[in-house]
Design a protein around this ligand. Structure first.
Ligand code: ADP
Ligand code: GLC
Length: 471
C-alpha cells in the first residue's frame, strides 16, 4: 500500500511540539510493517542543511493566486523514511515556524505543492494521510480533484486531529483567491461565517482519526468540541482514536546520547548520575535524596500551568526541587521566572526550546507533572514512563489512556492521576507521590511498572494500517 503522510512539522526537520515527533516517526514505523510510506513536509529556515540530502525536483510549478510559483523539493531519509521537503522561501523562510497572520496561506500552498509533487512522482498514493488543520486544504483538493483528474481517482484521505483547539480560521473572502471557488469546496470550509481549515479536513476526508481513544470521545462532547462536536458525532462511524507511539530509537534511557549516563530497568544507577548532572546544570545544591519535580512543555493554558501556579508554594514547602523547561505565553514565563527568583536553591528554569535538555530532564527528574486542561495524547508522560520518571497527570485525553493510577495494594499502576481540574486534587496527588517516594522499594516498583510498558510505534502503525485498509 502506498501512503503519503503530510505534516506541517516532522522530526528531525522541524518541531514545535508532539506533532513533529509523531509525523517524523510514523512513516518509518509504517515502512517497518511493509507499507510503502513517504513523508512530505515544508523546508523551513530552521531545517538543518545536513538533513537535506539532495534536490529531488527543482521545478515544481504550483498555481497560486494569479501566478505560478516555482518551488523545489529536497529529498532526505534522515527520519528513516523517504521524505520530500517543499522549499518555497517566500512561505517557509521565516523567523519561526508558525505565528503569522497568513499562516493559512502558507499551508494552503504547502498542500498544493505537495499534490503537484505527488503527481510528478508518478504513482498516485492510495492513501494521503493529512495531519491537523494545516492539511485541511489537501483534503479538499483531493476530494475535488478525484472527480476530474483520473490520476487521483483511487486516492483516499485520512485526516488526523492532533489538537482540535487550533483550527486555522481565516476570512471566507480569501477562499476563491486561494482557488477554492466551487460550492463543494466553499461548503467544506465554511464555519460560522468564516473559513476553517480544520472543519474542511473533518468534513471531506474519507476517514478521521485522533491521537487517543479518550480524546476521540471527548471531542464529540459539546464542552470539548470547539463547535465541531456535531460534525464529529455525525461522522462517528468514520472516526477512530489511535494512541501515539514513542520512537524508542530517540527516547530510550539505555541508548540516549544526550544523557551524561545511560541506564535501564536492570541497572538504574545511571539515573542518579543524570539527577546529579541536572541539578548541577541548574546550579542547584546537590542532594540526591530530595525529590525532583519537572515539566517540559509549551507554556499555554492547555497544559494546566495555572494549576502549577496554584500549588507551587506548597510544593516548595515540602523541600522538593522543581525544574521547568518551556516557552510560550509571557504570563507563564514570568511566573516561572518569579518562582526561580523566590527559591533559587530549589527551582531551575530554562525559558526556550532545548531538545537536549528535554532528554536530560526526562532522565534526571523523579516526578513529571502534566496537569493538562485537555491533552489529545501527550508524549512526555510516555517518555517519562520509559525514563523511570513517575508522571502525575490529569485524567484527560491520552493522559488517561496511557497512565494507570498507582494502587499500592496490588502493586499496579505507573503514575498518579487526578480528575477534576482543581489545585487541591492535584496537590493531593503530589503529596501521595511524595509519601510513596519516601519508600524506595515501593517507588522502584512504580518506576519498573512504567519502564516495562511498551508504547512503541509498532502497535500504532498496525492500527493505522487497519484504518487505511478500511477505506
Ligand atoms: P504538545 O504537542 O501539545 O506540545 P506533547 O506532549 O505531545 O505535547 O509533545 C511535546 C513535545 O515537545 C515533546 O517531545 C517535548 O519534549 C517537546 N517540548 C515541548 N516543549 C519543549 C521545550 N521547551 N524544549 C524542548 N522540547 C520541548
Ligand atoms: C498535539 C497535542 C498532544 C499530542 C500531539 C501529537 O500537539 O497537544 O497532546 O500528543 O499533538 O499527536
Amino acid at each position: 500500500m502506498r501512503v503519503a503522510v503530510l505534516s506541517a512539522e516532522a522530526v528531525p526537520f522541524s518541531k514545535t511540539g508532539g506533532l513533529g515527533d509523531v509525523a517524523g516517526a510514523l512513516p518509518k514505523a509504517l515502512r517497518q510493517i511493509g507499507v510503502d510510506a513517504l513523508l512530505i513536509t515544508p523546508c523551513y529556515l530552521q531545517t538543518k542543511g545536513e538533513y537535506l540530502w539532495n534536490v529531488a525536483v527543482d521545478d515544481l510549478h504550483v498555481n497560486w493566486r494569479d501566478r505560478t510559483i516555482r518551488a523545489k523539493a529536497f529529498y532526505s531519509e534522515a527520519n528513516g523514511s523517504p521524505t520530500f521537503l517543499i522549499d518555497a522561501p517566500e512561505f517557509f523562510h521565516r523567523s519561526s515556524i508558525y505565528g503569522f497572520s497568513e499562516d493559512y496561506e502558507r499551508f494552503a500552498f504547502f498542500n498544493r505543492a505537495a499534490l503537484v509533487l505527488l503527481k510528478r512522482i508518478g504513482r498516485a498514493p492510495e492513501i494521503v494521510h493529512l495531519n491537523d488543520w494545516h492539511c485541511g486544504f489537501g483534503a479538499v483538493e483531493i476530494a475535488h480533484l478525484r472527480y476530474w483528474d483520473s490520476y487521483w481517482r483511487n486516492t483516499k484521505t485520512v485526516f488526523s486531529i492532533h489538537n482540535l483547539a487550533y483550527q486555522g480560521g481565516f476570512d471566507a473572502g480569501e477562499l476563491w483567491k486561494l482557488g477554492f471557488s466551487s460550492d463543494f469546496e466553499r461548503n467544506a470550509f465554511m464555519f460560522n461565517g468564516y473559513a476553517s481549515a480544520m472543519k474542511a479536513g473533518l468534513s471531506v476526508s474519507d476517514m478521521l482519526s485522533t491521537v487517543s481513544r479518550r480524546y476521540a470521545y471527548e471531542v464529540q462532547q459539546p464542552e470539548n468540541g470547539y463547535g465541531l462536536d456535531w460534525l464529529l458525532r455525525s461522522r462517528a462511524n468514520r472516526f477512530v482514536g489511535i494512541t501515539n507511539g514513542v520512537d524508542y530509537d530517540v527516547w530510550n534511557p539505555a541508548t540516549d546520547e544526550e544523557l551524561p549516563a545511560n541506564y535501564s530497568i536492570h541497572d538504574m544507577s545511571g539515573k542518579r548520575e543524570c539527577k546529579r548532572a541536572l541539578l548541577e546544570n541548574f546550579n542547584l545544591p546537590v542532594d540526591l535524596d530530595r525529590p525532583l519535580f519537572a515539566i517540559v512543555t509549551r507554556l499555554t493554558a492547555q497544559k494546566g500551568i495555572e494549576l502549577i501556579q496554584q500549588v507551587a508554594g506548597e510544593l516548595l514547602a515540602t523541600g522538593a526541587y522543581f525544574v521547568a523547561l518551556g516557552s510560550g505565553d509571557k504570563i507563564y514565563e514570568n511566573f516561572l521566572q518569579k518562582l526561580r527568583d523566590y527559591a533559587p536553591r530549589q527551582v531551575g528554569v530554562y525559558k526556550g526550546y532545548n531538545e537536549a535538555l528535554a532528554h536530560r530532564i526526562e532522565a534526571g527528574a523523579d516526578i513529571f507533572l502534566m496537569p493538562s486542561k485537555f491533552e489529545p495524547c501527550g508524549l512526555n508522560q510516555m517518555y517519562s514512563l520509559r525514563y523511570g520518571t513517575v508522571p502525575i497527570v490529569r485524567a484527560v485525553g491520552g493522559l488517561d489512556d496511557t497512565v494507570e493510577n498507582y494502587d499500592r495494594v496490588n502493586n499496579r499502576g505507573s503514575g498518579f492521576k487526578f480528575n477534576a481540574f482543581r489545585a487541591d486534587r492535584f496537590l493531593e496527588k503530589i503529596y501521595e507521590a511524595l509519601f510513596v517516594y519516601a519508600e524506595p522499594e515501593t517507588w522502584r516498583n512504580i518506576q519498573i511498572n512504567g519502564m516495562k510498558i511498551d508504547n512503541s510505534w509498532q502497535n500504532a502503525a498496525r492500527n493505522y494500517l487497519r484504518l487505511y485498509n478500511s477505506v
